[in-house]
Design a protein around this ligand. Sequence first.
Ligand code: ATP
Ligand code: MG
Length: 871
Amino acid sequence: MKSQEIRTKFLNFFEGKQHLIVPSAPMVLKNDPTLMFVNSGMAPFKEYFLGNAEPKKNRIADSQKCLRVSGKHNDLEEVGYDTYHHTLFEMLGNWSFGDYFKKEAIAWAWELLTEVYGIDKDILYVTVFEGSDDADNLKMDQEAYDLWKEFIPEDRILMGNKKDNFWEMGDQGPCGPCSEIHVDIRSAEEKAKVDGKSLVNMDHPQVVEIWNLVFMQYNRKANKSLEALPNKHIDTGMGFERLCMVLQGVQSNYDTDVFTPIIREIEAITNKDYGEDEKVDVAIRVISDHVRAVAFSIADGQLPSNNGAGYVIRRILRRAVRYGFTFLDKKEPFIYRLVDTLNKKMGQAFPELKAQKQLIENVIKEEESSFLRTLDQGLVLLDKIIRGSKTKEISGAKVFELKDTYGFPEDLTDLILREKGYTYNSEEFKNALKEQQDRGREASELKSDDWTILHHDEVEEFIGYDTLEAHVKITRYRKVTSKKDGEMYQLVFNVTPFYPEGGGQVGDKGYIEDKHGDVVYVLDTKKENNLIIHFTKNLPKLKDDVLKVAVDAKQRHRTECNHTATHLLHHALREVLGDHVEQKGSAVHSKYLRFDFSHFSKLTVEELRDVENFVNARIDGKLQLEENRSVPKEQAIADGAMSLFGEKYGDNVRTIRFGQSIELCGGTHVKNTSDIWHFKITAESAVASGIRRIEAITMDAVKDFYFENNRAYFEMKDLLNNAKEPVKALQNLQAENLDLKKQIEQLLKDKAKNVKSDLKNEITNVNGVNFIAKKVDLDASGIKDLCFELGGEVDNLFAIFGSDVNGKAILSCYVSKNLVSEKDLNAGTIVRELGKHIQGGGGGQPFFATAGGKNPDGIDAALNAAKAYLK
Ligand code: ATP
Ligand code: MG
């Protein structure tokens, strides 16, 4: 059975059981501080499990792209070494939100596997939670056990401990026991030797878990205790690639048709064969896996970068490059070439991949090139470290520095060291790494109390499109603590005019006021699991009263000007540059806006001017806002509305239209473009290969900008004695300056000549060597010239000069080349030793070297000591 068909059968089966089939949500999460990527099928439905939102239907099924490379679920280091863990994989799932529970979940899972897919019952095992005698004191899941008994012999039902069979969403929140389904796909021979039962959950590559059925029936509170959930839920997840392995009768996920086309392509590009050498195989698996993770992340709008989710993606790609570099001898970019094959295989099911193929290739290629350069540099540095080391063990701190500062991976360092017969102090390395991680963790750790619920059954309503003020009730609040912000409160209202950060637009600020006029400031607003959360430093005293709240109107209006301008800019870019322009990120603040987009070259001055003019023409055109709060998504797209890859949209969307510009957008906007007054681009730059960034300002900020420029202009004009043509006056001044510089240079040269002839007279002969040690009034390059000129005229010269340049001491030594060997004089050694007098150090070559130091008072002592070298 082909993978495509396997996926379809799953979805059709649950559609037949009255499930709503939904597409995979984007993999990169934007509104969840606890999670960077979707790491299991349930992540996009968290708000339903928490009861913060209503699902469209209480039965849903899907295939969800998951990424397990950070945080609680991190399989990255396994990937490549085993045959059934991936970074990116598809999780097939069926969900019940307060609808069916264990009975149906178990019966349907069994029906699907054994009847629809026809898996032999004799290769299946199931596990049931055995209970726990810890603080939770949970009973064994007898209910699940009895249900399984109907389908499978009891000796195939195994008891599982809390680690494997009790599933928790995070430190807090819904949780419950689970039942896993395992397959044993070993040969009959193997099975006869070792009982499959003993291999379940033992990391055996052919006895693996394929499906996990989670029965959510508890809620974990902040004080760690459990309470029963009022509504019980089902959350299941089946690994698609593992299922394909079973149904296609192969022994490894990598031998399924999900991976074989990519592996064949890697073989063709690298001239290596899969299945002959374990090291090569690992590398091929790593690369075939990682290219999927990276390509899908970029398609979902997450580019590799230096922090956060972007950094995780960068590290995955670098891991792939490293394996190619080390085990497949690929010293030039090649991973980007696999995107074509990947797209042929998956572009149909995932249109975001197809649409952005060119961009994905460009970004990957550029990342590969830059990391290969890093590797080259690292090799040189490592070589230096090896040469400089007195022992065969390199310091762990040095290896850490290579990794941390230069991005050179420690496993590669290790490999190279071992090849050359060296080792490094791994204890020291680990300590340095741990110290760094601890620092990072402390800074970002956020502790939150349980919510205190003041009013139940109130669904928070956003009214901030229509009003900036309201009277509200606090429905729930909690305290959160972090190193960065200290203690803060998070408040949720029944209704709110505060816009929560999202779609690039910053969250609103403002205040809460009680009937006595006591005020608490709202410092930020964010959305989390569908709740609009207001951040304050204190809890309002009269928290149970109806309170007046107001959004900072000025900041909101400035932000709106920038948001509308962002739409006009997007439109302008597509008109001026072409339809290939796709939005790749935006930041809409009150003071400025930033817009990232795909385009392959730097914008010319003319293009920038055209874009600015285009936007300003629409501002002058006084275009009225046409807002539609609820349009079917298909219709909006058909009307030409711009949507973004990696954004999660509902069935009904909000559209914002100004003239020809239509976008799907949840942000806030001006009523008329004339509010924006003027649009000005302040910067244009590259963010990554094929991605440009424009920064711009509007309204007040433009006024400030022109005002500042004007002030600077008049100041400059003033300094130029009110010249009629200041530019010309400045050019004259520059020319004059250049002329003066030349004259000074000449004068200094003449001076050096004079100094030289004076000094020549002071040279004395000591034991056949022409010697001089003298303090001079020259800078370092002057002294150097002097040394070489003297050396050209005087044979057998040993000269040492000191100088005090603006409070810093310089010491230079010159030795005629023949003296270096004949008299064993080495300028490098000499300045290093004499440098102690000036509290400094330096070096150079045997015939010329310079030291710099902090102590000019020591120059004389250094010069006096020089003669000793001739004894
Ligand atoms: P394992 O113990 O094999 O790592 P898990 O307990 O982490 O699995 P769950 O979190 O229960 O797995 O995820 C549900 C299903 O998703 C698993 O039964 C498995 O089929 C699949 N799965 C989990 N992790 C991966 C991965 N890294 N790559 C591919 N499939 C996976
Ligand atoms: Mg796992």
